[in-house]
Design a protein around this ligand. Structure first.
Ligand code: PEP
Ligand code: MG
Length: 582
């Protein structure tokens, strides 16, 4: 390890909580570092051979990565690498590069990069979120190919003795999954916002991460010591030796505590000191090593993001494939509730096989329930699979992105039709399967008093509720400072939804990222939230707070919060109180 460099402190978005220290590893070199060189016409054939060799090497590396992901997280997720492999197989693109080598007599990596830049420039003119995802894929594959063209050693994340802090412009979810097999302690990305997919995966895996760290790749070199504070969004490169030692001591002791904690979640009472029950549940999207542990510790599933079944494979799983997944999870969590959310596709959740082309504002466009109601074949197959799985456990069905009463009425009609059909065919299902809705659009919070008459439960999605109430793109690092879940307007919408639900005796959950933020726990309990559903790695710290607070005091506390008018005031009020009870 090298400590010759002066200390550099960088700030970004505190994306996935936790502390980590290790040595820097630049996962992808920036594309701009390729030099332009002239070649002789006698070198053309050798240059093209170099491209072909690099292509073959890159393909086989991606295939290995796909296999690694397959063994660590299963077949579905591993298919994420197929999109990257398809880019490499684009024969037209490679022909253009080869033709340019012949015509311009320049080095192949430079001409390859020129072609990539052209494609990326034309894609980035589009405002479509899907196009931005595609740019990520293209950049990721291109960087890997350029690396191989330049003859650098293997850039795969390797298992090393010292923990690694991985740096890159961005990471794809598949890369994050494969980090588990390498000794990656945390990652730092130049781009990305607090709820981008790489962050959701990092949280699910308990991997500390700081994203949106502008210019970090220009400041860091390989093999430098790095400290990452995922709670504060801070990255320190080449810290003074005493800081490194103190930080490492803290990381080691936190790790020991975490191991003990995970095994004891079930022992912590799900109630405040004065006996008010609050369920603590998990948000799941891909099968992980946590599932079994969570089920063993009596943690239920407050949100299962079924769209990842599609996003990881690029095609819609049919009814049977879905039934297999849903019944497995229902069985695994048999003694608990499993809340399956119907596909929430659209916005930032599209892949190349299913585009919402021509939408200027995909987040406001054809997504989630709007898509499901418009494509009844897919919606009905999903409802059938969920209902059939209901005999294997305690399943609840949840509808995302509800913005009007009409959508609930139409979805209920579809559900009744599916139930009638299953009954007619003698297919068993639980007749009393509950149907709920996400409250994640301001109109739903405002209309909650009426929507409550139609459904069995509410679940408040603060990620989207914040995005739509404040008109701030949740995945855009440029505006991340305006994305504030503790904005008084967001908190009023939450309180309004809870009160409306309770007036009609509905249980109300909260499953956005706010649920896993311990400084908000007392306030949310005070609002009367019945269950908080969060990333598995936040569960212990949030649940441990419950037996330390009284419901009566929390109610008064949350009423005080609602009198406040700025995020800063609310944050410092919550933060100071949290310091007292943690
Ligand atoms: C939310 O919007 O808060 C939510 C939980 O849903 P997602 O993050 O999947 O959009
Ligand atoms: Mg949402």
């Amino acid at each position: 390890m090298d400590n010759r460099f002066s200390t550099i402190k960088l700030r970004g978005v505190a994306a996935s909580a936790g502390l980590a220290c290790g040595i820097s590893f630049i996962h992808y070199e920036k594309l701009t570092r390729v030099r332009q060189e002239r070649i002789q016409s006698s070198q053309v054939r050798a240059e093209i051979r170099r491209l072909n060799r690099a292509l073959a090497k890159t393909t086989s590396e991606l295939e290995v990565l796909r296999n690694e992901a397959r063994s660590s997280v299963g077949t579905e997720l591993s298919k994420i690498f197929d999109a990257e492999l398809m880019i490499l197989e684009d024969a037209d693109f490679m022909t253009k590069v080869k033709q340019a080598v012949v015509a311009k007599l320049q080095n192949v990596e430079y001409l390859f990069q020129q072609e990539v830049n052209k494609t990326v420039r034309s894609l980035s003119r589009s405002k479509d979120e899907y196009m931005r995802e595609m740019i990520s894929d293209i950049n990721s594959v291109s960087a890997r190919l350029l690396h191989n063209l330049s003859g650098f050693e293997d850039i795969k994340l390797r298992r090393t003795r010292t923990p690694i802090i991985a740096f890159a412009p961005f990471f794809s979810p598949g890369e994050i999954i494969s980090m588990r097999k390498a000794n990656v302690a945390a990652f730092v990305a130049e781009t990305g916002g607090p709820t981008s997919h790489m962050v959701l995966f990092a949280k699910a895996l308990g991997l500390p991460a700081v994203v949106g760290v502008k210019g970090c790749l220009d400041r860091v070199r390989s093999s430098q010591q790095v400290l990452v504070d995922g709670n504060k969004g801070e990255v320190t490169i080449s810290p003074p030796t005493e800081d490194w030692k103190a930080f490492k001591k803290k990381v080691d002791s936190l790790k020991r505590r975490e191991r003990r904690h995970f095994a004891s979640i079930g022992d912590i009472p799900s109630a405040t000191i004065d006996g008010h029950r609050v369920e603590i549940q998990a948000n799941l999207e891909v099968p992980t090593e946590y599932d079994e542990k969570l089920a063993g510790e009596n943690v239920g599933v407050g949100l299962y993001r079924t769209e990842f079944l599609y996003l990881n494979s690029g095609s819609f799983p049919d009814e049977e494939a879905q039934y297999a997944v849903y019944s497995k999870i229902a069985e695994q969590f048999r003694s608990q509730t499993v809340t399956l959310r119907t596909f929430d596709l659209g916005g930032d959740k599209f892949t190349e096989h299913f585009r919402n082309e021509g939408e200027a504002n995909p987040a406001l466009g054809w997504r989630a329930i709007r898509f499901s109601l418009d494509v009844p074949k897919i919606f009905r197959a999903q409802l059938r699979a969920m209902l059939r799985a209901s005999v294997h456990g305690n399943i609840r069905i949840m509808l995302p992105m509800i913005s009007s009463l009409e959508q609930v009425v139409r979805a209920k009609r579809a559900l009744s039709g599916v139930k009638r059909d299953l009954t007619r065919r003698g297919v068993p299902f639980d007749q009393s399967t509950q149907l709920g809705i996400m409250i994640e659009i301001p109109s739903a919070a405002i209309m909650a008093y009426r929507l409550a008459l139609e459904v069995d439960f509410f679940s408040i999605g603060t990620n989207d509720l914040t995005q739509y109430a404040l008109a701030v793109d949740r995945g855009n690092a440029k505006v991340a400072k305006w994305y504030r879940e503790l904005h008084p307007a967001v908190l009023r919408l939450i309180a309004m939804a809870v009160d409306a639900g309770h007036e009609h005796h509905l249980p109300v959950s909260l499953c956005g990222e706010l649920a896993g933020n311990p400084i908000a726990t007392k306030m949310l309990v005070g609002f009367g939230i019945d269950s908080l559903s969060m990333s598995p790695n936040s569960i212990h710290s949030v649940k441990a707070l419950l037996p330390q607070m009284s419901f009566e005091e929390s109610r008064q506390f949350s009423r005080r919060v609602l009198t406040m008018s700025s995020v800063a005031e609310i944050e410092s009020f919550l933060g100071e109180d949290y310091e007292k009870i943690r």
